[in-house]
Ligand binder design. Structure first.
Ligand code: DC
Length: 215
């Protein structure tokens, strides 16, 4: 039985933690599409490309080769998994993720990687666009902005709750209001509000749904 899970939701909703556990438990692949957008942002920052200049970013896309191997993202042959998951890249990435050609390139890579596999893919537009027809289960994972800020505070030291909350609200706004593929729940997605749920209970729920059991 082929399992293709599309998991979307806002920043900090727990998508990657949940996806890794579901992938491990079900023995399927995990593809983190946010890491791919982050790699484009990282490439720009590292090569002095003005990320606010859409034309300039798009003119450089041919030099950006992205792959996903054993759960890690690779940029031009280098494992950049830890380098792309930083606060600095987190600020740049919503800008480049709004550009049409960037989205088209990453979407193509995601679809290629997903071909013929059982997997869980997380992002913002997986259920609504990237695996719209292929997904056997679509989940839209949310949590209140305050809860997401609290979770993030546990990861990053020396930041205030207000700053983290502002950053989350800003990112939500950018992800939900961009012109192309804004973050949105697919009509056929199941919404899970994880504000008061443990990681284990979310994972357990998704696994049951993946096998078509709803209790
Ligand atoms: O999930 P994340 O924080 O690593 O995502 C990084 C950024 O990439 C975020 O601004 C949303 C964007 N993104 C997107 O637009 N579409 C996706 N499928 C995945 C991520």
């Amino acid at each position: 039985m082929s399992i293709v899970i599309a998991l979307d939701g806002p920043a900090g909703s727990g998508k990657s933690t949940i996806s890794k556990l579901v992938a491990e438990n079900l023995g399927i692949e995990y593809i983190d599409t946010g890491a791919m957008y982050r790699s484009v942002a990282y490439y720009c920052v590292n090569n002095g490309i003005d990320y606010l200049n859409e034309e300039m970013v798009e003119a450089n896309l041919d030099y950006v080769d992205i792959d996903f191997i054993n759960g890690d993202v690779y940029l031009n042959g280098e494992d950049v998994e830890s380098k792309v998951h930083t606060e600095e890249i987190g600020i740049v990435v919503p800008k480049v993720a709004a550009y049409k050609e960037v989205r088209s390139k990453i979407t193509d890579i995601c679809r290629e990687l997903a071909k013929g596999k059982s997997l869980i893919m997380d992002g913002r537009d997986i259920g609504i666009h990237v695996l719209k027809d292929e997904a056997t289960l679509k989940i839209y994972l949310t949590a209140s902005a305050e809860e997401r800020a609290n979770r993030r505070l546990k990861e990053f030291k020396n930041v205030s709750f207000e700053d983290v909350l502002n950053e989350i609200n800003e990112r939500d706004y950018q992800d939900m209001h961009r012109e192309i593929s804004p973050l949105k729940k697919a009509d056929d997605a199941i919404e899970i509000d994880s504000t008061d749920m443990s990681i284990e209970s979310v994972v357990d729920f998704i696994e049951r749904m993946a096998y078509g059991k709803d209790n």
